[in-house]
Design a binder for this molecule. Structure first.
Ligand code: ADQ
Length: 447
């Protein structure tokens, strides 16, 4: 079997490769079975970064990382990737901030990645590039003479053509995207949007759907174990008889947190029977705190939480508990298991793994209910969720009321359908099917 080469903006810190979140978990099985090189940014900035990657070997996995200059960090990462592309890809053109200098830095870093990676490559490597930070990497590798198969997976949505066209020089980026041998996205809608943009640029519309998932058994086991742990016990004691609603997200405007908080406030206003009977715990660790749009979101949420609590709290009850600290995954799994409702309301989300994790964490005999935004990729699969339009706080309130009051039989039936879905599209299946497609693609450039 050929060596697997993964390229992503960040490489997982070496001490955390066994338990980190997201991508590492999704790729764990693919990595475990074969020699793998994982290449990307170290997470460090320096005034004079070396051009050659730092190498770290751990068994069959080699991590290769580059540092960035502070200027490249600002232009490539904070500017173009997260200040321009992230909002645009999440259909939020109004939040996008374009700067020509950022675009130049983005292309410069992608070329530096290609230059750092190319000498490490072997002719038969299978190269898999991850996400929007690295759209031009495949084309840059081709320019550097790399001829093996190169695949790309986009973890976030792809917007309709009319929005994409707001991106200055977007056509050049689409030409770069068109050079990958396999192009994976999360949903049919993303594939339709990307394929239309490729077609009008004269590229082959080759985007295909590979929905990402989790390791449901592992998460279920972690959740079962965690309920006996100190943190979950303390949480349960603090709740008393009250039902728990849980929200877990990075603090990001795509996750619809202000709308979610307003929906919860609307529940308390419209359904007074839940007053002092329910507690909403939102865990949202600060993410990209140095990007302007994220700072203003944080201020907005601080104010909203204060207002909701001051309007509804009792001397012995805080309706909305809001934490911006990170919480260990094991503990989160336990919180999900004891929560009567999982509340997942992004305005746009590629997939949203928290929705799947909430389902996996439930007790099959007495499962909670999932309230899920129709704009999460996961909504396509989660027959059994209570699906809402997150822009409407009244719809959120009604869905929460339903989730808090539906009969146990219906909860079990809904959960059964969702459990089947999270087992149908798993992390391991995602990696396996993408790599199978990549390895089956014609080795046209390998000649
Ligand atoms: P994210 O936007 O980060 O990922 P999501 O898929 O929900 O969104 O979360 C990824 C992981 O981070 C999950 O395993 C979750 O448990 C963990 N996580 C989230 N909030 C946390 C918190 N408060 N504390 C600790 N851990 C937390 C991007 C796309 C998604 C897509 C994934 C994978 O935006 O749409 O599902 O990639 O492709």
């Amino acid at each position: 079997m050929s060596r697997l080469v993964i390229v992503s903006n960040r490489v997982p810190p070496r001490e955390r490769t066994s338990l980190a979140g997201g991508l590492v978990i999704a790729l764990r099985e693919a990595i475990a079975g074969r020699d793998t090189l994982w290449f990307g940014w170290s997470g460090a900035t320096s005034a004079t970064p070396g051009k050659e990657p730092h190498l770290h070997r751990a068994g069959r996995l080699t991590l290769a990382t580059l540092d960035l200059t502070t200027e490249d960090y600002a232009g490539y990462y904070r500017g173009f990737s997260n200040g321009m592309l992230w909002p645009l890809l999440h259909h939020r053109v109004g939040l996008s901030e374009f700067s020509r200098a950022d675009l130049i830095a983005y292309r410069r870093v992608n070329r530096a990645f290609a230059a750092g990676l190319a000498p490490l490559l072997r002719p038969d490597d299978t190269i898999w590039v991850q996400d929007y930070h690295l759209f031009p990497l495949g084309a840059a590798l081709r320019e550097a003479g790399v001829r093996g198969r190169i695949g790309f997976f986009l973890h976030v949505p792809f917007p309709p053509r009319a929005l994409w066209e707001a991106l200055p020089d977007g056509d050049a980026l689409v030409r770069d995207i068109g050079t990958y041998d396999v192009l994976g996205v999360q949903t049919d809608e993303d594939a339709r949007h990307l394929n239309e943009v490729l077609s009008v640029n004269g590229q082959v519309p080759r985007a295909r759907v590979f929905p990402i998932g989790i390791d449901p058994e592992a998460f279920a086991t972690a959740a079962r174990k965690a309920v006996a742990g100190t943190e979950v016990q303390r949480l349960c004691q603090s709740l008393g008889e009250r039902a728990l609603i849980v929200g877990i997200d990075r603090l990001d405007y795509s996750k619809g947190l202000p709308q979610r908080f307003r929906g919860f406030a609307q529940l308390l206003r419209r359904y007074p029977e839940h007053h002092n009977r329910v507690t909403f715990l939102q865990i949202a660790p600060v993410s990209r705190g140095d990007v302007a749009q994220y700072r203003s979101l944080r201020r907005e949420l601080d104010e909203l939480v204060g207002r909701i609590n001051s309007e509804h709290a009792e001397f012995d009850w805080t309706p909305l508990r809001y934490l911006t600290r990170a919480v260990r995954r094991e503990v989160l799994a336990g919180f999900c298991r004891v929560a009567r409702v999982g509340l997942v309301t992004p305005l746009r989300d590629g997939m949203n793994l928290v929705a799947k994790e909430y389902v996996a964490a439930q007790d099959p005999e007495d499962p909670g209910a999932l309230v899920l935004s129709r704009f999460a990729g996961a909504a396509n699969e989660m027959d059994g969720a209570i699906v809402i339009n997150p822009h409407d706080p009244d719809a959120t309130a009604e869905a929460l009321h339903m989730a808090l009051t539906i009969a146990a039989d219906e909860r079990r039936a809904r959960w059964g359908r969702m459990w089947r879905a999270v087992n149908h599209y798993t992390a391991a299946g995602w990696a396996r099917s993408f790599l199978a497609a990549l390895e089956a693609s014609p080795a046209s450039r390998a000649a």
